[in-house]
Design a protein around this ligand. Structure first.
Ligand code: UN1
Length: 512
């Protein structure tokens, strides 16, 4: 494979399965993992598979690095992250291309994903001087109380193919400024993006004399790497992105050892369209929410809940807009939508559409698998619009594909909110309305039950500055901005007596 961006990123035919910062190691004696592009079906590269001994090496190196890293002042840790951000700016173009080529999202979105990494680096640099704890007044004389946040240890990061690099950065950059070290298991569907990043940032570690193990990745079978990580008592926090099924597995394993977890799992995100919605904003937001990343964002729009008075108009406008969506090579910037990640995802989409049909839903646009010139990989589909009912079994599930279910509501916005909340998942939600009463109802305690609730913008494309995550089957915990950093640190309450007496709290007398 001689694509120029692979060369620029130092990706050859065979990559090594582990890296502890600047040092890549491991071999292919246990076989290789192959990475194919869904864009053209071609083999991009091979990676040796990590063995149990490789896993042990990575975790032992991380454990040792933590003993050093936790004592480095936080703003100095921020300086390393600042330099990583500079490096990412240098490789934004080739890395964006590789993201796009390896997992299929449009180049615009591939570049946007790298930008998200850069943004989170900047955010973390600022944070490195703002890991604030509270000070509180003691009830005892000459006593002082405060709380501080200490580094926790190794953070295990399990990421998914759909955001193969940004989600690592959300976790690894926060972990780094918090004084933690991280071990990353990239998605098996996009391992080369991880290798490309470490090829670039290795010299930052070297230039700063950072010991091996502050940030690592390990590419290998789930049974070796994933299972070891979630059960490993040396890893106090696992941050995992994936399906609800995988999340339950992670949660159970972590809970059994009383480890912590951050879980970012399935979404079933809806947009409510009320009678006062401005359709000039609504239609493009819906289309981007549905076809962006070919419907494979956790935040993708999967359901529309449309007021009956708007239904026919919205339906007609959407069908018209969908006919203008250009599907094809994700690296060709004239295309809006690339392929699904693999043929398994295509099959899942077809199965979901079959279930929808059997439940009485009607497919009113798209859904076909595309064939012919440019579509040889078998991963390209036409995005699909389905008229359905919110309570149908298939509508209650997350299908990671560009399928949009149109549902209707009549009456007040409360009824739309009830439909929006009437699914097991709770990640993202939006309302399009210019009526302040409807908007406030949607954002109120009785409103959306999701971790993200937007007004007059779509469900996807969150900025890194906010805390990201969801409720119900979407899991728990928050990543990225705001005060998500607290998940990555251990909290300690300190009480200091600077007097000559030993008064007890709660007024207890105890004379000895
Ligand atoms: C995901 O799909 O796992 O809000 C993350 C968004 C992106 C992140 C999505 N910033 O769509």
């Amino acid at each position: 494979m001689s694509l120029p961006f692979l060369k620029q990123l130092g990706i050859g035919e065979l990559s090594l399965p582990i890296c502890t910062g600047a040092r890549h190691s491991g071999d292919d004696s246990d076989g290789v993992q192959e990475s194919f592009s869904p864009a053209d079906g071609k083999l991009i590269g091979k990676i040796g598979k990590a063995k149990q001994s490789d896993y042990e090496h990575v975790v032992a190196t991380a454990e040792k690095a933590f003993l050093h890293w936790r004592s480095v002042p936080a703003p100095k840790r921020g300086e390393l992250v600042r330099q990583i951000g500079v490096k990412l700016r240098e490789i934004k173009d080739p890395l964006g291309r590789l993201v796009s080529y390896e997992m299929g999202k449009s180049l615009q979105e591939g570049l946007g994903e790298v930008q998200e990494m850069i943004d989170v680096c900047d955010f973390a640099v600022g944070l490195s001087r703002q890991l604030y704890g509270l000070t509180m007044h003691s009830e005892r004389p000459d006593h002082r109380m405060y709380e501080q946040w200490h580094p926790m240890g190794i953070v295990g990061i399990i990421s998914a193919f759909n955001f193969p690099v940004a989600v690592w950065a959300w976790n690894a950059m926060l972990a780094a400024v918090c004084g933690d070290v991280s071990v990353w298991k990239p998605s098996k569907k996009a391992p080369l993006t991880a290798i490309a990043i470490f090829n670039a940032i290795g010299e930052v570690f070297k230039d700063n004399d950072v010991p091996e193990g502050v940030m690592s990745y390990i590419v290998g079978p789930g049974a070796v790497v994933g299972e070891s990580m979630i059960n490993d008592t040396r890893i106090p926090l696992i941050s995992a992105t994936g399906s609800t099924r995988v999340g339950i597995r992670v949660a159970e394993a972590c809970a059994r050892r009383l480890g912590k977890s951050i879980l970012e799992l399935g979404g079933n995100n809806a947009i409510i369209i009320t009678p006062s919605a401005d359709l000039k904003l609504t239609i493009p937001a819906v289309v981007f929410g549905c076809v962006g990343t070919a419907g494979q964002r956790c935040t993708s729009t999967r359901r529309l809940i449309i007021h009956e008075s708007m239904y026919d108009q919205v339906k007609a406008a959407l069908i018209k807009a969908y006919t203008t969506v250009r599907i094809g090579d994700p690296l060709d910037t004239t295309n809006h939508m690339g392929p699904l990640v693999d043929t398994g995802a295509v099959k899942d989409m077809q199965d979901a559409l079959e279930s929808a049909r059997q439940e009485g839903a009607s497919i009113i646009y798209g859904g076909e698998v595309l064939s012919g010139a440019g579509f040889e990989s078998g991963c390209y589909v036409k995005p699909c619009i389905v008229e359905a009912k919110n309570e149908m079994e298939i509508v209650q599930q997350e299908t990671f594909a560009p399928i949009l279910y149109l549902c209707k509501y009549s009456g007040d916005v409360e009824l739309a909110i009830a439909q929006q909340n009437g699914v097991p998942q709770g990640l993202s939600s939006a309302i399009f309305s210019t009526n302040v009463l409807e908007v406030e109802e949607f954002l109120s305690t009785r409103g959306s039950d999701c971790g993200l609730a937007n007004v007059n913008i779509g469900t996807s494309g969150a900025e890194i500055g906010g805390a990201f995550g969801g409720e119900k089957e979407t899991g728990w915990g928050r990543e990225s901005g705001s005060d998500s950093w607290r998940y990555y640190m251990r909290r300690q309450t300190n009480t200091i007596n600077y007097g000559k007496e030993l008064p007890l709290a709660q007024g207890i007398e105890f004379d000895v």
